[in-house]
Write a protein that binds this ligand. Structure first.
Ligand code: NAD
Length: 474
């Protein structure tokens, strides 16, 4: 059921051999499901050498051929949808329906990247005299290192691998040690599709050690990281030493502003589905709720009613609508938010860990917590929803912009004027009005302020892996 784990270096799977290992734990049962081997320093050096060797040929492989291989990998992954979704649920906890959706999204991402590689056009700039031709030529930046987290073990590696490969860059991926099986399945799909040795390498280990080794190597020219703000800043500093490109997709604390002219019941339904998806462990999840006073009561009672419909349970059970948290650190983090002396507010639902097995935390609602509480200032990354109110437009915008983050924001209103004004004023990489629609394959995902740098997805995603060389011909 759960795949055989391994490192994938220079086109070969590597297992055991006396390497240090750590157990992979099912968060719904707290039982070990596999052993994961860590890469040795020698393994990391071999992965670097393999990526370096593969680059000259891969960059010259036509975008058409690269696209063909990527599409084949997408087909292999599509064919294994059920196994990969189950793997994802077993190691990460999210319900199977979400895991299936995530595998579908990973396939979609790989296919999109394949075609973006073919559309990575250059341009011709008119010369100042008639005997000169000026070309702007896209070139792959070189081998990349990608670091992916445990909350989206399928889409985050798929995006980094497929975009790098489509652009002509080999990549070394270090996926999260807590959720390695899904990335192993994705790499297997690329392997079976016939991606040449060294173009894609997969390693695991102690994150800080692996990232320092890879980023400090002159082979690596590009770093792409998805994870927390402090780690993103640390990796950006390491990258600066070698003047390497970075794409940083970091945390947020996404405001959801519900204006009085919105339908409070509909807004609550949509926001509850966004808030508790993957037990709230989603970087773009709506996570601070500001409701205009006139509809506060109606919104809050609809939000409570919708939340109480959630059925917490093992993600493999068809009846479950919310799974466990991915690891015990998240339970500690949730307890920390609840026990914060500055929290304040009224607990309208949940509030604690539940069950005697698995990392289950109840879907929780805190009405009117203090603006100074940790819950209103730090990314909860879990199933706690703080709901607060506001009077006028400017107050809502000021609250939304008060934090150093700027990843996603949500606005609910029936007025186009309010929607446009709010989307203009909110400091955020993405704004969705009256829906949760964002991070689609074809649209750019990226944050402002501490939430990151650069983009993944959309026509912008591939730019992070390309250099624009200027060539003038006389
Ligand atoms: P963490 O900060 O220790 O780790 C976050 C991720 O970064 C993990 O995948 C981890 O393996 C990796 N990581 C940590 N140190 C690293 C290093 N030196 N080099 C390379 N990778 C490294 O925290 P955590 O307990 O795993 O997660 C907690 C917080 O991380 C959450 O509160 C959330 O803010 C953030 N997070 C964000 C995302 C996202 O999608 N942006 C995903 C996962 C976690």
């Amino acid at each position: 059921m759960y795949p055989e784990l391994g490192l994938y270096i220079d086109g070969k799977w590597i297992r055991g051999g006396g390497r240090v290992s750590e157990p992979v734990i099912n968060p719904a049962t707290e039982q070990p499901i596999a052993d994961l081997w860590h890469a040795t320093d020698e393994d990391l050096s071999r992965a670097l050498a393999a990526a370096d060797r593969a680059f000259p040929t891969w960059r010259k492989t036509s975008p058409y051929e690269r696209a063909r291989l990527l599409r084949k990998a997408a087909d292999v992954l599509r064919g294994r949808r059920e196994e990969v979704a189950l793997t994802l649920t077993l190691e990460q906890g999210k319900i199977l329906a979400e895991s299936r959706g995530e595998v579908d999204a990973a396939v979609d991402i790989i296919e999109w990247a394949a075609d973006e590689g073919r559309r990575a056009y250059g341009r011709v700039v008119a010369g100042r005299t008639s005997d000169i031709r000026q070309l702007v030529v896209p070139e792959p930046v070189g081998p990349a290192a990608g670091f992916t987290p445990w909350n989206f073990p399928a889409t985050t590696p798929a995006r980094k691998i497929a975009t790098a490969l489509a652009a002509g860059c080999p990549i070394i991926i270090k996926a999260a040690e807590e959720t390695p099986g899904t990335c192993v399945e994705i790499v297997r799909a690329f392997d079976e599709a016939g991606v040449p040795a060294g173009v894609l390498n997969l390693v695991f280990g102690k994150p800080a050690h692996v990232s320092e080794r890879l980023i400090s190597s002159p082979v690596i020219r590009k770093i792409s990281f998805t994870g927390s703000v402090p780690v993103g800043k640390h990796l950006t500093r390491l990258a600066a030493d070698g003047m390497k490109r970075v794409t940083m997709e970091l945390g947020g604390h996404s405001p959801a502003i519900v204006f009085a002219d919105a339908d409070p019941v509909q807004a609550a339904k949509v926001l509850v589905s966004g808030k508790y998806r993957n037990a709230g462990q989603v970087c773009i999840a709506p996570s601070r709720f500001y409701v205009q006073k006139e509809i506060e009561d109606a919104f809050v009672s609809a939000f409570v009613a919708e939340t109480k419909k959630l059925k917490l349970g093992d993600g493999t059970e068809p009846s479950s609508t919310m799974g466990p948290m991915a690891n015990p650190r998240r339970i500690d983090a949730m307890n920390g938010f609840m026990d914060d002396p500055a929290r304040g507010g009224e607990v309208l639902s949940g509030g604690s860990r539940t069950g005697n097995r698995g990392y289950f935390f109840e879907p929780t609602i805190i009405h009117n917590p203090s603006d100074d509480s940790r819950l209103m200032r730090e990314e909860p990354f879990g199933p706690i929803a703080p709901i607060s109110s506001f009077g006028e437009f400017d107050e809502a915008i000021a609250k939304a912009n008060a934090l150093p983050y700027g990843l996603a924001a949500y606005v609910f209103t029936s007025s186009t004027k309010t929607a446009l004004a709010a989307s203009d004023e909110i400091q955020s990489g993405m704004v969705a009005v009256n829906s949760l629609s964002m991070t689609l394959t074809e649209t750019p995902m990226g944050g402002v302020k501490d939430s990151g740098q650069g983009y993944e997805g959309g026509t912008e995603g591939i730019e992070g892996y390309l250099h624009r060389k200027f060539v003038s011909l006389m």
